[in-house]
Design a protein around this ligand. Sequence first.
Ligand code: BGN
Length: 373
Amino acid sequence: MTRLLLGVTLERICKAVLLLCLLHFVIIMILYFDVYAQHLDFFSRFNARNASRAHPFSNSSRPNSTAPSYGPAGAEPLSPSTKPSSNQSVTEKPLQPCQEMPPGLVGRLLIEFSSPMTMERVQRENPDVRQGGKYTPQDCLPRQKVAILIPFRHREHHLKYWLHYLHPILRRQKVAYGIYIINQYGEDTFNRAKLLNVGFLEALKDDEEYDCFIFSDVDLIPMDDRNLYRCYEQPRHFAVGMDKFGFRLPYAGYFGGVSGLSKSQFLKINGFPNEYWGWGGEDDDIFNRISLNGMKVSRPDIRIGRYRMIKHERDKHNEPNPQRFTKIQNTKMTMKRDGISSLQYRVVEVLRQPLYTNITVEIGKPPPRLARG
Ligand code: BGN
């Protein structure tokens, strides 16, 4: 009796094992055919997929299969143009708008200026930046097109660090951008705000699709990639906490260092003043223009808007402007006649470098009674 029971149990176990084996075999076969079919599908569609991946903002002939390059903190999501993973869907999806807060951001960054920097190294690190310092994300549709304008003269050393840090940051921020160095020709007194006005017009001549303009000093590096270089509902002040000011705003109306205005915000204030020759006051005048035109400055959180400044001697021919104290009292009167509407300059040369566009420009000199240095 016991033997019979044992026999029946064993028989049932055997049948169950057999059934399981069969089931396993069927599943394996299904999976195998599925993968095989996908491979076939992948190869047959490969060319069509690549051809249809042309980006609306992209006018580059460079292939987009560049290796991902790494920022100072070393993280960046692979673009979908690199090798697809085995479980990646092969069905073509239209590009989605880039996320408000891109997922590849890394937050706080280590910024230092002691390691030697060369332009060749920065070029090697950024193979996917197009001639003239242009970049367009390939895996999503950027919401804005941003021209980054840097007033410049004799600061090549700083520029290398700026490009080394900013290109990877901007890439992680999923910005479509172009970098413009606005280089003041000659040795007359420096005029930061006038150079930025020139940059606005010249960038638009280069690409009329720019709808956001970021004005950055060449020696200022953001310490957190969550400080997003784009335009906002209100004019933006990015450089909230610089190391030289103890990571605090020096005063409530400070608008210096790095700022950003949309095209319409910039035109609403008639651009920047052209008549601030030498150091200081032009940023306060811009702040006044913004307030007088009913806008309010927006800023990132103080913990995110931190900056390191590359230390340097005061520039020659950029001495503090003694006129600045009276000038900033008169913005209301001067802003309508002095600005983008009255701008005069002569472009000396436009050079498209691998990592930036270099526009050398003659902007004149201060009226004789102000001439100095
Ligand atoms: C201010 C300057 C700014 C400068 C900041 C920070 C003036 C105008 C007269 C008060 N403004 O004092 O241009 O960005 O310091 O250095 O000098």
